[in-house]
Ligand binder design. Structure first.
Ligand code: ATP
Length: 337
């Protein structure tokens, strides 16, 4: 088939290949592709050769400590900042600053609250909706629907300055989705939020995701990413240390069984390393530390062996691999919640 000549396109006509391009992007399933992105601020390397892909419908976590490069990465993804090198593709197409149509498909809730304190909740959402070009009847219906969803309908006509931190965060989230984006990017959305509002935010995020919205969730809280996200990337010092599902990341590490007994005997010490699943066993701090890749299966075997050889178990502490330990393993340092 002959290729369409580039000069056949007139500036006032829509791209004849637009539907085709969109079809390809949807079929490939990739909403976001980040390829070899690098960004420096003077001598600081904020991002160093970062590549990752987010598929349609994912709730994807971007986890890293303060200064890891998360905000820089999402600013590049949202077209607010240019990378020094590398490429970002959204819905299969290269992101460029002038691609307003692509940026319209993204909703961003930045870390800093972007709300007008002297406007009411409703006025704020109407303002952001108009910015995205929503028509009046549709916009009013959408704003009421969102105020209801984020639990602020009763306070809709009060000034945002009178709201609690949690209420502001919920409104901030509503403002990011007023135009029904296909990709929602959240930068540390629970900063300054009490536990109850945090749970409410999680439920909202899950609900948006269930309706088909792809979500990139940025946080330095391990537990948040662990509970919410189906796949996650670990970013540290501008570098991507891992990008996978939680079970596959946890599989990088072995589980541990910490055993405290009244008195060890020779039979037990000789037969323990022979039990299926035992990778290593050492005595440390008055306990026996057993490393295993099959914690659940090993536990009853150890208890049975102890009973057989007359060893009295005082305490057993089973420690499955945790994201916290995976983070330590990959980065060499702890990420404290
Ligand atoms: P936080 O969670 O604290 O916002 P982060 O993971 O989002 O951290 P970034 O804000 O992307 O990290 O910062 C990455 C690195 O780049 C840090 O060392 C930061 O000091 C530096 N940095 C970020 N923005 C600038 C800037 N405008 N000028 C100079 N350095 C910057």
């Amino acid at each position: 088939m002959p290729r369409p000549a580039a000069n056949l396109r007139l500036p006032f006509l829509p791209d004849p290949l637009a539907h085709y391009k969109r079809f390809i992007a949807v079929m490939s399933g990739a909403v976001l592709e980040v390829q070899h992105v690098r960004k420096t601020y003077g001598a600081t390397v904020a991002l160093d050769d970062v590549s990752l892909t987010v598929a349609e419908g994912e709730l994807f976590g971007l986890l890293g400590p303060n200064g890891a490069g998360k905000t820089t990465l999402i600013s590049i993804i949202c077209g607010l900042l240019d990378a020094d090198a590398g490429e970002v593709r959204l819905f299969g197409q290269p992101l460029q600053r002038r691609r307003r149509d692509l940026r319209q498909l993204i909703g961003l809730a930045p870390q800093e609250l972007a709300l007008y304190p002297n406007l009411t909740a409703r006025e704020n959402l109407l303002f952001f909706g108009r910015l995205y070009g929503l028509g009046t009847p549709e916009l009013h219906a959408r704003v009421s629907e969102l105020l209801q969803a984020v639990g602020l309908l009763e306070r809709a006509d009060e000034r945002v300055a009178t709201f609690s931190g949690g209420m502001k965060r919920r409104l901030h989230l509503a403002a990011a989705v007023v135009h029904r984006p296909r990709l929602l990017v959240l930068d540390e959305p629970t900063v300054g939020v009490d536990p109850q509002s945090r749970n409410h935010l999680f439920e909202l995020i899950r609900t948006f995701n269930r309706t088909g919205m792809t979500i990139v969730y940025t946080s330095h809280y391990l537990a948040e990413v662990e509970n919410l996200c189906s796949r996650l990337a670990i970013l540290d010092d501008g570098r991507l240390r891992a990008c996978d599902t939680l079970p596959r990341l946890l599989a990088l590490l072995d589980g541990q069984l910490l055993l405290t007994v009244r008195e060890l005997n020779r039979d037990f010490l000789e037969r323990l390393p022979l039990l299926p699943g035992v990778k290593n066993a050492v005595q440390k701090d008055g306990r026996l530390e057993i490393t295993t890749d099959g914690l659940a299966e090993l536990l009853p075997r150890v208890v049975r062996l102890a009973a057989e050889v007359g060893v009295h178990i005082l305490a057993i502490d089973a420690q499955p691999p945790s994201l916290e330990r995976v983070f330590l393993h990959l980065t060499g340092r702890e990420l404290r919640d």
